[in-house]
Design a binder for this molecule. Structure first.
Ligand code: HEM
Length: 414
């Protein structure tokens, strides 16, 4: 077993190591009696800050999530460093807010995620997934990420918002930059100014796209989410242009890449575990709900979220000081051997499966969890019934990122 003292989560090299090595490293951190502290990674955009504690045990992450007054999101939730002011304009949406402002925005946007709204989307999800399967059958093979995994969530989110097909590519490229991690394919390596510029440009592109749409929908509402958001009246409140822009960026980023990666990893996992695949195919409806949860647990598309201590406090015996940064490693909690028996095993019948892939129990729990579950279910239902021979035909080309467990490309054959 690896020694916790040999693990450096701030070293980009660590995130390039094989998955098994990284899982071993997190296991070592989980068994350390104290929370382990790391320096902040040098991301060249801002000066290095005071560092962070890695929260790697399931019970600790649940506890932090339940205490938003003590462990807030408002000083940054998606970035280890404190983002400079101009970045907040684009990336400071509800995920990086605390109540009461967070509750206000969540109340407004939740209208789009009620079970009734999700049911309305279901037909759409079905229709898009079946179009994808037809195209894939004709192509016979290629890159699964481009042909399948990226297409469904992108189309569903753009449709929800009322974004036309001519803008899909723009949205796809911009989200790749925003969540590009340390991957030189998407962001210039080690050049702070260039990285900041690329991020701001991608944010601005998405913001302009939705602001223009928002103006049109204010004048002439339709039945899309943008119309609902700009014309919403929840206790007399609606979203400002600024709130609409940053919410849209959050939605396309949070809803696209995460679901895309769950679907891509899903095919890879089912290919590498033929007995699990056979079980799923044998009675899809019976096994799908647990299989989807297991894919999300096993993959953990979002590796961590940050919280910051608002006061001196104690977290399950660990002393925490006001201002301390805590990284909640869902990726590690989802392998916690105290909660999941045989936690490294991919088991589509796992029950119970209290994974934290969609976040812990708290005000920020993933707003799109139901939608994501639907998309993953429908995509695999259509794939396994329409293309029973589809499989990954090579190793995934992984995204270099400490934040997202991403797959850039995955070769497949039918
Ligand atoms: C497998 C797919 C997905 C995964 C693994 C995932 C994961 C997460 C996680 C870990 C959080 C943060 C929880 C926290 O800070 O406590 C989150 C928040 C969020 N997610 Fe998801 N997500 C997925 C799909 C989606 C989809 C499809 C949408 C929308 C269409 C979405 C929208 C959001 C939003 C808006 C938030 C912020 C909620 C808030 O701050 O109140 N997510 N998600």
């Amino acid at each position: 077993m690896l020694n916790a003292a040999d693990v450096d989560l701030s070293d980009w090299e660590f995130w390039r190591r094989p998955l098994d090595h990284r899982h071993e490293a997190f296991k070592a951190l989980r068994w350390e009696p104290e929370l382990v502290h790391f320096d902040e990674p040098d991301i060249a955009i801002v000066p290095q800050g005071p560092g962070f504690y890695a929260v790697t045990r399931h019970a600790d992450i649940v506890e932090v999530s339940r205490r938003p007054q003590d462990f807030c999101s408002g000083r940054g939730a998606i970035s280890i460093v404190d983002l400079p002011g101009d970045m907040h304009e684009y990336f400071g949406s509800m995920i990086s807010m605390d109540d009461p402002r967070h509750a206000k925005i969540r109340r407004i946007v939740s209208q789009a995620f009620t079970p009734r709204m999700i049911r309305r989307l279901e037909d759409k999800v079905d229709q898009v997934a079946s179009e994808i399967v037809e195209d894939v059958a004709a192509a016979g093979g290629g890159d699964f990420v481009l042909d399948v995994a990226a297409r469904l969530p992108l189309k569903i989110i753009c449709d929800m918002m009322g974004i036309g097909e001519e803008s899909y590519r723009t949205v796809f490229d911009a989200t790749n930059v925003i969540l590009g991690g340390n991957d030189p394919e998407f962001l210039p390596a080690n050049d702070g100014e260039q990285i900041a510029l690329a991020l701001l440009t991608a944010g601005q592109t998405l913001k302009e796209l939705v602001e223009d749409l928002g103006r049109r929908r204010r004048a002439e509402p339709s039945d899309d989410l943008t119309s609902a958001l700009v014309n919403a009246n929840v206790d007399g409140e609606s979203l400002t242009d600024q709130e609409l822009g940053s919410f849209f960026i959050l939605l396309v980023v949070a809803g696209n890449e995460t679901t895309r990666n769950a679907i891509a990893h899903g095919l890879d996992l089912l290919t590498r575990h033929p007995e699990q695949r056979a079980l799923l195919a044998e009675d899809f409806e019976a096994h799908a709900p647990a299989a989807v949860e297991e894919i999300v647990r096993y993959v953990s598309p979002v590796i961590w979220m940050r919280r910051t201590a608002t006061r001196d406090t104690v977290l399950n015996d660990h002393e925490i000081k006001e201002g301390d940064k805590l990284l909640l490693y869902y990726w590690s909690a989802n392998r916690d051997e105290l909660v999941f028996k045989d936690s490294g095993r991919f088991d589509i019948t796992r029950s119970p499966n209290p994974h934290l892939g969609f976040g812990g129990p708290g005000p920020h729990f993933c707003l799109g969890a139901h939608l994501a579950r639907r998309e993953i279910t429908v995509m695999f239902r259509q794939l396994l019934s329409g293309l029973p021979s589809i499989q990954a035909s090579g190793a995934p080309d992984r995204l270099e990122s400490s934040f997202l467990n991403g797959i850039k490309r995955l070769p497949y054959t039918v």
